[in-house]
Design a protein. Structure first.
Length: 575
């Protein structure tokens, strides 16, 4: 043995282990058995036959949950090779399975006999009729096809085209029991594209698609988290909302973004007035008024009144910039909407300021936060001009507030943290993209869990709390911190088995109340099946949606943390 000969046995796993039931059998240790190996080598040449046990194992699995070990793998180079393999298999009574550009989620590209790989030598795109048609070889991916078509100004719909209609997205979709799922939205879109323009079938599908697919999509994009190839059907639907807008609508949306200070102040006054009117005349009268207005304007544009809609938020607490450990950005929803009816504890901004002071990490609320927003209002509705206006404004403002990113920006709504941290990026100017890269955007729940909790003393805990993790919490991968804060507030924390997107989605639950009703039915049944001392979440609009679903007042987990750590007698109770 050479002096420096590698020792493969050194890689043997240590410790005693039981053998797995799906292990490759010992009979394949030598690879492809004879005479199969010799026959195919003689027929095709040694370079085209993969026969080692390592070859068989690496082809035994794909994107599906199945595992089938082939007897041999053939890398076919041309039609003659394919013909020879099929003739041989027919004569010997053997099975043949092909593997092309992608694999599969359902096992179609796996087999236990002869597996033919056509990816290496069968790739290529031939664009015909200036991109009107395309001839694609089986070893070609969609990305390669789009690259070829892009030169002709054409493209297969990028978002949805990789979909193989597996249905993994369906259980997480909030509209699955009301209209359509992400898979079904793509299936319908594909049929629209199959039809000739103006055909009766296409017209009927387009008439239904607006409500069934576009309007009742919550746009939460949790489908992308469960999709094996990351298809974001929510983004596709937002794109379709944009396509439906007229240039005039886009200009009006941009105008509201430019003058959002006035819009915000008007919205806060309107919410306060509506709450007062609703308390005096009753919610039904107000619902009828907003219903008539929705018919006159457009149901998908003007929200309807809900009895659970809270009153106006109180004035933001005063803070000092000197000595602040973070910049606190109260989201516009928390500057407009107050807490649930009957709530007598601090507002969320007041609670966050109190917690920060209590932990010795004071925060500063900039005096000019009014008129700024995470841009989700425009992003969720597909208003690209307004989205770009507000995305650039918030980044410029945040960069100034945080002294060029020196301090973290703590955002008190999970969807807004997601918006500022990630969703605004595609709409930023080059200069503002560089400013954004310097920012540290932190969800307030994460900040509380990691920066405040270690310095807080819990003096009282609820016996039980039910927790509604938001979609944005999932996207930000912050659920562990949300549970940690809730765990500091309650002896027992329950996340319902059927917890999912509430589909309130900003104001979509006010635009299509039936969507939130369908999305929350299972979770609400679980929540109302027993008593909980506290009902907690991390986004004001989601809390309204869950109160709508359960009839129980949901509040921010940070409000409960403030109560749990507030110095004072034990008899302090939740109100």
């Amino acid at each position: 043995m050479p002096l420096l000969e590698p020792k493969p046995q050194a890689l043997r796993p240590s410790g005693r282990r039981t053998t797995s039931v799906d292990r490759v059998p010992d009979r394949l240790a030598g690879g492809t058995p004879e005479p199969l190996r010799g026959d195919l080598t003689a027929l095709l040449g040694a370079a085209k036959v993969l026969w080692k046990v390592s070859d068989l194992v690496r082809y035994a699995s794909d994107a599906s949950p199945y595992r089938f070990v082939p007897q041999v793998v053939v890398v076919a180079q041309d039609i003659d090779d394919i013909s020879a393999v099929l003739s041989y298999a027919h004569g010997k009574g053997r099975e043949v399975v092909f593997r092309a550009a992608g694999t599969s989620l359902n096992g179609q590209a796996q087999g236990e006999d002869i597996l033919v790989d056509v990816r290496r030598h069968w790739a290529g795109v031939e664009v015909l009729d200036d991109g009107a048609r395309v001839r694609v070889r089986p070893g070609t991916t969609v990305a390669r096809v789009n690259a070829a078509l892009a030169r002709h100004g054409r493209v297969v719909e990028r978002v949805a085209d990789p979909c193989i209609e597996c249905g993994f997205c369906e259980p997480t979709c909030p509209s699955r029991d009301l209209t359509t799922t992400p898979r079904q939205r793509i299936v319908l879109r594909r049929e629209v594209m199959r039809q000739s323009n103006g055909s009766p079938v296409q017209e009927a599908l387009l008439d239904a698609y607006g409500y069934d697919a576009v309007d009742t999509c919550a746009g939460d994009s949790t489908c992308a988290l469960d999709c094996p190839v990351g298809i974001d059907t929510g983004a596709l639907m937002k794109g379709f909302r944009h396509l439906r807008h007229s240039p005039r609508e886009e200009r009006v949306a941009a105008l509201t973004a430019r003058h959002f200070t006035a819009v915000e102040a008007s919205a806060r006054l309107a919410v306060g007035a509506a709450r007062a009117i609703g308390d005096r005349l009753g919610g039904r009268a107000l619902a009828r008024v907003t219903g008539l207005a929705r018919k006159a304007v457009r149901p998908d544009l003007l929200p309807g009144w809900l009895p659970e809609t809270p009153g106006a938020a109180p004035v933001l607490p005063r803070t000092r910039r000197v000595g602040a450990s973070a910049v606190y950005y109260p989201a516009c929803v928390n500057r407009i909407f107050g807490e649930p009816q009957g709530h007598r504890s601090p507002s969320l901004p007041q609670a966050v300021v109190a917690l920060a002071t209590r932990a010795g990490k004071p925060v500063w609320i900039p005096e000019d936060v009014a008129g700024t927003c995470c841009a989700t209002i425009w992003h969720s509705k597909g208003y690209e001009l307004g989205n770009a206006v507000m995305a650039n404004r918030i980044v410029e403002a945040a960069w100034g507030w945080t002294a060029g990113g020196t301090l973290p920006l703590v955002v008190d709504a999970s969807s807004c943290a997601l918006g500022i941290a990630h969703e605004v990026v595609p709409y930023l100017s080059t200069d503002n993209w560089e400013l954004h890269a310097a920012l540290t955007v932190v969800d307030s729940v994460v900040w509380a869990a990691e920066e405040l909790l270690p310095h807080l003393t819990v003096v009282r805990r609820a016996r039980s709390a039910v927790l509604h993790p938001t979609c944005s919490t999932r996207h930000l991968d912050d659920e562990a911190q949300l549970r940690a804060v809730a765990g500091a507030c309650a002896e027992e924390v329950v996340v319902p088995d059927d917890a999912g997107c509430c589909a309130f989605a900003g104001d979509r639950g006010m635009l299509h109340q039936e969507l939130t009703g369908a999305a929350t039915a299972r979770e609400a049944a679980e929540v109302t099946d027993r008593h909980f001392d506290a009902h907690l979440s991390a986004n004001r609009m989601c809390e309204i949606g869950m109160e709508r679903a359960t009839g129980l007042p949901y509040v921010s987990v940070l409000l409960e943390l403030e109560r749990a750590t507030r110095p004072g007698p034990e008899y302090l109770r939740r109100s």
